[in-house]
Design a protein around this ligand. Structure first.
Ligand SMILES: [Zn+2]
Ligand SMILES: [Zn+2]
Length: 363
């Protein structure tokens, strides 16, 4: 038996997405079916539609989601029908070299569902980031379901599944931001703003937001930025040094993923500071840095993939902080939309008009 539901599919490179009938199989061993309640629109969905990730069309888009488990397969002891979950795209294996040496956030062999969801003509769908959640029901590996407190509304909770976790984790897990630090965040979209919120949560004293769009700098202030720099008008490196007693910041986070921005982040940090790259560069980009400066400045140049998160550790903790009023996930939700509005949401996101549009499913 298969479920027949509606989902958002990208059929070809650069082609507007369409609503299609999606067939979702019953969960097999280790799998689960989740009734999706809300799913955020992320840049990665747009990259899939533009053919920027792989050519495995058609894609079932959507991956920042929360919902309720509606069926579980065999051999799933820790998940039950009715559980409220945030979906993650790194279900760690527990067996690989990274997992066995106690660093599961680097897992080399993360799990996805073994079965495929299909179109009604049998064409197999490639689910975005192994999830595919712009759909009423989705099939995932049970390890992709992270249980959280159901008191958190799905519009907010789902965002932890990708961009917000990537940003918070870039600051706290990868950058090691802690009480009293100075931080600069380059690029104030969803991921950058989450890095700002994460820095605030960790007790950073100075949080400098850098962007070329004054609207985004206003959002960044709401997230906890103590200072803002419009890098179109002002040299950000000089401005950041000016705001930090001439030293530069302890942690500089590039949430754009562009060589010119990375160079600014590199030069805006203090001696022994850390640069974190969390923005995703395109495959053709290269960077040239004076090696003597890489050596002489010390510190660390790090990359942050999914915020070096461990979903089972980080999602329930951040949801609890949200419910305690210490971390405002709702601030990331610019608008709630229907399944039919994803293409329009891509345009708004591309124009920088929204932080996150979130698809909400009527049930
Ligand atoms: Zn592993
Ligand atoms: Zn994403």
């Amino acid at each position: 038996m298969a479920y027949e539901v509606r989902g958002v599919v990208a059929r070809g490179k650069g082609t507007p997405v369409s609503i299609e009938t999606v067939l979702v199989p019953d969960p097999g061993p280790g799998e689960a079916v989740v009734d999706v309640q809300a799913c955020g629109v992320c840049h990665t969905d747009l990259h899939y539609r533009e053919g920027g990730i792989t050519d495995d069309f058609p894609f079932l888009l959507g991956h920042e989601a929360a919902g309720v488990v509606s069926a579980v397969g065999e051999g799933v002891p820790n998940l039950a029908v009715g559980d409220y979950v945030v979906l993650n795209w790194r279900a760690v294996c527990g067996q690989c070299r990274a997992c066995l040496r106690g660093k599961p956030w680097y897992c080399f062999d993360t799990h996805n569902a073994a079965q495929k969801m299909t179109l009604d003509d049998g064409t197999e769908l490639s689910p975005a980031l192994g999830i595919g959640a712009f759909v009423e029901k989705t099939l995932v590996h049970s390890g992709q379901c992270t249980k959280v407190d159901p008191a958190a509304p799905p519009t907010a909770a789902g965002l932890l599944g990708c961009g917000v976790m990537a940003g918070i984790g870039a600051a706290i897990n990868t950058g090691g931001v802690t009480r009293g630090d100075s931080v600069a965040v380059f690029g104030c979209g969803g991921v950058g703003d989450a890095a700002i919120a994460g820095s605030k949560l960790a007790g950073a004293r100075t949080i400098i937001a850098v962007d070329i769009d004054d609207r985004k700098l206003e959002w960044a202030k709401n997230m906890g930025a103590t200072h803002t720099v419009n890098s179109k008008e002002t040299d950000p490196v000089a401005a950041i040094k000016g705001l930090t007693g001439g030293f530069g910041v302890d942690v500089a986070i590039d949430a754009v993923g562009h060589p010119a921005v990375y160079e600014q982040a590199f030069n805006a940090r203090d001696l022994a500071g850390t640069v974190v790259l969390v923005g995703v560069p395109n495959p053709t980009m290269t960077i040239e840095l004076p090696l003597i400066e890489v050596f002489g400045r010390g510190g660390a140049l790090k990359s942050s993939w999914y915020g070096d998160c461990l979903p089972s550790r980080d999602f329930p903790m951040l949801i609890d902080l949200y419910l305690q009023g210490r971390f405002d996930l709702d601030a990331f939700v610019s608008e709630t939309i229907g399944l039919d509005d994803v293409e329009a949401a891509f345009e708004k996101m591309h124009a920088g008009d929204v932080l996150r549009s979130v698809v909400v499913f009527d049930r």
